[in-house]
Design a protein around this ligand. Structure first.
Ligand SMILES: [Zn+2]
Length: 186
């Protein structure tokens, strides 16, 4: 997520099993060590151990905060999003805050349906445009905002970015999204 701090999401590959011993908040799948949680990577290169540390849970989201959230439902023209992380203050919420995204706040161009921009279960990078209490109103206007992580609805594999679309290498299918320049997997 961040460029300087190594923030990882659930299911993200951290290392191959030959490199490190898995410790807190990670799991092994075939040859890889993956993160169980959203947090920051901690590597102990002497002991050859890798773990993920939770980010501190503190205070409330505010207008203009840049957030990461999970799309929990879509009912055009509104999507509901669980805010799990505030990037600019490095705060994670174990009990997510409710927020919503209206189709008018997706792009400077007209968006007919939210289904052309986001999908159920996607993680989006957004900013708060309104609200002093939940539910907060979000926007994903701007190149840096939009979907940063999505799974294939058919096989649940993480999708990779291919140009302006997301792609499942197993199902050989493309999916339309409003993709952030911060998208994780290329
Ligand atoms: Zn698939």
């Amino acid at each position: 997520m961040g460029k300087d701090k190594e923030v990882v999401v659930p299911g993200e590959k951290l290392a191959v099993i030959e490199e490190y011993l898995p410790r807190e908040n990670v799991y092994v799948n075939v040859d890889f060590i993956l993160s169980k949680i959203i947090g920051t990577i901690f590597r102990d290169n002497e002991k050859k151990e890798i773990s993920v540390r939770r980010i501190k849970e503190l205070s409330l989201p505010k207008v203009r905060d840049i957030i990461y959230g999970v799309v929990t439902s879509i009912r055009d023209p509104i999507a509901y999003v669980d805010i799990i992380y505030i990037e600019n203050r490095n705060k994670i919420f174990l009990n997510p805050f409710d927020s919503f995204l209206h189709a008018n706040n997706v792009s400077s161009m007209y968006v007919r349906s939210l289904y052309d921009a986001i999908g159920y279960g996607d993680i989006i990078r957004a900013y708060i445009v309104d609200g002093y209490n939940p539910p907060y109103e979000l926007s994903i206007k701007g190149r840096e905002f939009g979907v940063v992580y999505a799974r294939c609805p058919l096989c649940m594999r993480p999708l990779r970015r291919k140009g302006y679309e997301l792609f499942c290498s197993k199902c050989r299918k493309k999916f339309k999204r409003k993709i952030s320049t911060y998208y994780f997997l290329k």
